[in-house]
Design a protein around this ligand. Structure first.
Ligand SMILES: Nc1ncnc2c1ncn2[C@@H]1O[C@H](COP(=O)(O)OP(=O)(O)O)[C@@H](O)[C@H]1O
Ligand SMILES: [Mg+2]
Length: 767
């Protein structure tokens, strides 16, 4: 394959002076330097100088335009998982880089304190504390790397603003919460995480009686409302990365508003100026933070709360655009990586890709070509990073890079905000991400699916920011400057595009009705009624939309309501052990069965020993048991891995599932459900329990041999990866629908039709 170079250029407005390229280098010059920042820095005031509300320090052209966001799906081309066979050679960056290495990795206490003092936010420390002291709600904007997430909670603690309570710092993602807690604990010179500084994420918590600063996912704090509706343990709640507008963040903001009114006694303050009353016993302070935020909107939501701005980012990042649109972002990312690797001084590379599949495909191609590099080149150390990874895998990402190698981190947008990966100097941004979207609610029981689409400006800025955390860096955008300019400003709030079932159930437990809440953005009526319908089918609410005792129990599980329902049904059916085995796999972030279209037959053959003839769920159970035996035996780590590979099983899923299972067993224990109850080799109790949860995902065989949904009008086919594919059984339940040219049901089990007779709501519906 001829070498092909990705041409990247600076923006058109600021023409770069003609390259004084080394004449002896006759090759094309692919990269052109652009100035550090696409935003307008000149309008900025002094640190924390922004007092006027409505000021838009980021210079975003249309602060409210994210309602008009455009989806750019056109660039999402179908690709194969094969390694690619082209790469850039010898095409150099013209720019000579200062070889000053990353400065931040020195972990000694003195060095850490010195680093803290040098952060842009440090200059504004006193002003910031003063503003937080004087205001109930503060909106804080500051560029990525200015020190918001790590410093603000410490300032609040050190200044006594939290009194004797805790400071919660919410994050949309778990790796952010855990890695930030580790960093701040180190800055506080703590021997370990979980003492003064702790974290709480789903299925993992490290915090104790001494904990004062707690980094937690937004989901965890929303869940905490169930046991502590006023969040009375927290004196300050810092809502970080609020621009992401996750569903949980939105629900948190709504609740914080009312909690603050109750705790601070703002009822008397008709004007709602948000000024502290001083009288309340346990007042709550709220700080909203982000680097890219529609600050005005947040401020308005909180009665015109004060907007503060931290000036300056720590280090400049040079931005490069590709000169033309890239059709295959995985291939472009690979070629760009090698251009950086062969031409650039040491410094790790962080590549943003939409999902795990792309990451695996890029990993293969990079490995393939890295092996062909001359022996004297730096070694390439690849570290994938995505949510579904086995616990502990992320540690590799954060570990120091060995000398004479270059770390290449392949990440989804979980590395996009909040975190600092030491050593990263170069970011390659494919411009694509996966976004959750709620589909097909009119086919009866909609569901969330992940779509690959173009990122937003706010993501692009956050991604670029990852290159300038410890020193100056560069960001290579694999899209044109025009494409950047056409990107939507910020993602559409998740509440507008996701399934609301789980949230509505949680709110019901708080005696709240979503449709009556004061939300920043209101979801549409259809998605609310679809969620209510699901909850009713699950017997979580009664026909008057009131929470049932069963619904309350379902909410206590850290599970999707449909899965929680199956676990509760297993209690009656005497098969909790089996159902937990299955549900923990279904709750893991990736699929257990590796499904590659071309290898389906081989995989089916390899898995024959645990294939159940009429149930993908029982096949999962058999696989979990078989793996359990391998683990219990003397097989070492490598042997286990090999065993999984041979049987086309995703070991990561099994490892994650076993952690989840531990948590679920604990939850059962707390609720007085005996998880050890087993039905032995009986199958019907298990399938029956699952059917209680999946009732809305059911279909009956029609006389013409097709399956028709019980809750919708669609005809569904059984997915080719299912053990039931091509088989005809009277009734099925399934985990999900896949939309291609047909509607496919995936994760299918045959269920005796009589089971449905026992499901009250469904019956009433069919009747
Ligand atoms: N885990 C870490 N390792 C090394 N440096 C870090 C780490 N976390 C934070 N830092 C340093 O602290 C700076 C500020 O981080 P942070 O408070 O997360 O900024 P912000 O929230 O404003 O983006 C980073 O730019 C980096 O220099
Ligand atoms: Mg941050």
């Amino acid at each position: 394959m001829p070498s092909k170079v990705i041409r990247l250029m600076r923006d058109s407005k600021n023409a770069y002076p003609p390259q004084k390229a080394k004449k002896q280098n006759s090759k094309k010059v692919p990269w052109v330097d652009v100035s550090d920042d696409e935003r307008d820095d000149r309008r900025r005031k002094t640190p924390l100088g922004v007092k006027a509300n409505g000021h838009q320090p980021n210079g975003h052209p249309h602060p409210h335009s994210h309602h008009h966001q455009r989806e750019q799906e056109g660039r999402n081309h179908k690709r194969h998982k094969k390694a690619r066979h082209s790469m850039g050679t010898g095409a150099g960056l013209v720019e000579e880089w200062s070889t000053a290495g990353p400065s931040g990795s020195n972990g000694t206490a003195a060095a850490l304190q010195e680093q803290r003092r040098n952060l842009p936010i440090a200059k504004g420390r006193e002003a910031l504390i003063q503003e937080i002291r004087n205001n109930d709600v503060t909106v804080l904007l500051g560029e990525t790397g200015s020190g918001k997430t790590t410093q603000v909670p410490q300032y609040i603690l050190e200044s006594g603003l939290a009194r004797t309570g805790m400071i919660a710092v919410t994050q949309p993602r778990r790796v952010a919460a855990t890695s930030l807690a580790a960093r701040v604990a180190a800055e506080k010179n703590e021997p370990s995480v979980g003492r003064l500084v702790g974290y709480a994420v789903r299925f993992d918590e490290r915090a104790g009686a001494q904990t004062r600063i707690k980094y937690m996912t937004d989901g965890m704090i929303v869940r905490e409302l169930l046991s502590d509706p006023l969040l009375s343990r927290y004196s300050v709640v810092v809502v970080d990365e609020a621009h992401e507008r996750t569903l949980r963040t939105d629900l948190l903001l709504t609740n914080l508003k009312t909690i603050q009114r109750t705790r601070n006694g703002a009822g008397k303050d008709e004007a709602g100026t948000g000024k502290g009353k001083g009288k309340a016993e346990n007042p709550l302070k709220i700080v909203i933070m982000s680097a890219t935020l529609d600050a005005e909107k947040f401020s308005k939501f909180f009665n015109n709360a004060k907007i503060l701005y931290v000036k300056g980012r720590q280090h400049p990042v040079k931005i490069y655009y590709s000169s033309e649109g890239q059709t295959d972002y995985v291939d472009s990312a690979m070629r760009t990586f090698f251009q950086v690797h062969t031409d650039q001084p040491p410094g790790d590379v962080l590549i943003f890709l939409p999902g795990q599949e792309d990451i695996e495909s890029l990993e293969k191609s990079i490995k393939l070509f890295a092996n062909q590099l001359p022996k004297d080149e730096m070694e390439v150390l690849i570290c994938p990073m995505y949510a579904a990874q086995a616990p502990g895998q992320n540690a590799k990402v954060f570990a120091p890079t060995p000398s004479n190698s270059r770390k290449c981190i392949l990440s989804t947008n979980i590395a996009e905000t909040s975190i600092t990966i030491p050593g990263v100097k170069y970011v390659i941004d494919t411009g694509m991400c996966k976004e959750k979207r709620y589909l097909a609610r009119d086919t009866g029981g909609g569901f969330d699916t992940l779509l690959t689409k173009a990122i937003t400006k706010s993501s692009a800025m956050q991604r670029a920011g990852r290159a300038g955390r410890e020193g100056m860096g560069a960001c290579f955008r694999l899209y044109t400057e025009d494409a950047f300019n056409n990107m939507a400003l910020a993602p559409e709030p998740e509440i507008m595009r996701c399934s609301l079932t789980s949230s509505i159930l949680q709110l019901k437990c708080l005696n709240q009705n979503l449709e009556e809440l004061d939300l920043m953005d209101m979801p549409d009526v259809d998605s609310i009624s679809s969620a209510l319908k699901t909850l009713w089918l699950l017997d979580a609410i009664n026909p008057n939309r009131e929470l049932t005792p069963l619904g309350l129990q379902m909410a206590l599980f850290p599970l999707e309501p449909i899965h929680a329902r199956a676990v509760l049904a297993s209690r009656e059916n005497g098969c909790t052990l089996e159902v937990l085995d299955i549900i923990s796999v279904l709750s893991a972030s990736s699929k257990l069965f590796v499904d590659i279209t071309e290898q389906r037959e081989t995989a089916a053959e390899a898995r024959r020993m645990f294939t159940h003839p009429s149930s993908d769920h029982l096949t999962i159970l058999n696989a979990v048991r078989a793996y359990g035996e391998i683990v219990a035996g003397s097989a070492g780590k490598a042997a286990r891995k090999d065993w999984c590979r041979k049987h086309f099983l995703n070991e990561r899923t099994l490892l994650e599932a076993s952690e989840i299972r531990v948590q679920l067993r604990q939850t059962c224990g707390r609720m007085g459900i005996d998880w050890k109850i087993s039905c032995g080799d009986k199958e019907e109790p298990v399938v029956k329990s699952l059917a209680y949860g999946l009732a809305q995902n059911s279909a009956f065989l029609q006389p013409d041999g097709s399956y028709k949904q019980t809750m919708g009008q669609s005809v569904v086919k059984i997915h080719p990866s299912s053990v039931l594919c091509e088989k005809k059984v009277p009734a099925i339940v399934y985990d999900e629908l896949i939309f291609t040219n047909q509607i496919y049901a995936r994760g299918v089990s045959s269920v005796p039709k009589t089971v449905f007779a026992g499901i009250g709501a469904l019956n009433r519906r069919i009747a």
